[in-house]
Design a protein around this ligand. Structure first.
Ligand code: ZN
Length: 232
């Protein structure tokens, strides 16, 4: 059996101590196991990683892989403190995990139930599409698009108001100029509504918020089409 260098032996000892604390700090345990596996630190004491897991920790290699995967996904949700919760989270793909992380409602420890509830909420949320017809993964932008639906009804209200106002012309004796004025004011209002309508995530910053999107993370249709085509 090859011997480990002193540095490697020290690393092994340190990592093993972390695994011993494993139950409550399973994420660190998973990371430690990953390092032992990837740097083949087991080779001084066992003939394979699988043997090492069995002999040193009485777990199968697939259990170790589960712990390692759990550690990776646990880092995505602050407060995730149990292996079961991490395993629950690991059932989902990366974009869904991100939405679950955003949706988790917990002040402090995140339990398996919290993860399940959040996953349910995410699954129940209707698929939101942006102006380009693309699925919106960003929950903040999805909420913005939802709020912006009010602009459509405002546009309808505005049109009705304009018609009613101009219909008074017969008895109000608007001059032709006044009618034109009213029409152009309404046009400006309609434009203002159109301009405030979110179209898609900002092509300059991808949603983080920048000068171009005035920190909102999204742009209207006009700004989108005015952006350099290589960004789109
Ligand atoms: Zn931006």
């Amino acid at each position: 059996m090859p011997t480990l260098t002193r540095t490697e032996a020290t690393a092994l000892k340190r990592l093993e101590r972390t695994i011993e604390d494993g139950l409550t700090r399973f994420a660190q345990a998973g990371e430690a196991l990953q390092q032992i596996r990837d740097e083949r630190l087991w080779r001084g004491v066992s003939s394979s990683f699988a043997t090492y897991c069995r002999e040193r920790w009485s777990i199968t290699e697939s259990r170790a892989s589960q712990l390692i995967r759990g550690a990776v996904v646990a880092a995505e949700v602050p407060g995730l403190t149990s292996m079961r919760a991490a395993t629950e989270l690991a059932k989902h793909d990366a974009p869904t995990r991100k939405r679950i992380a955003d949706s988790v409602e917990s002040s402090g420890k995140v339990t398996t139930t919290d993860v399940r509830r959040a996953a349910k909420r995410v699954a129940n949320t209707a698929v939101v599409k942006d102006g380009l017809g693309e699925r919106v993964e960003d929950d903040d932008f999805a909420a913005t698009l939802d709020e912006a639906k009010v602009l459509e009804s405002l546009k309808t209200d505005l049109l009705l108001l304009k018609r009613r106002l101009l219909a008074t012309e017969d008895w109000n004796h608007y001059t032709a100029e006044a009618s034109q004025d009213i029409t152009s004011h309404f046009k400006a209002l309609a434009n203002a509504i159109r301009w405030s309508k979110p179209f898609t995530l900002c092509p300059y910053c991808g949603g983080k918020g920048c000068k171009a999107c005035k920190k909102s993370g999204w742009v209207n249709k006009e700004s989108y089409h005015a952006s350099p085509s290589e960004l789109r």
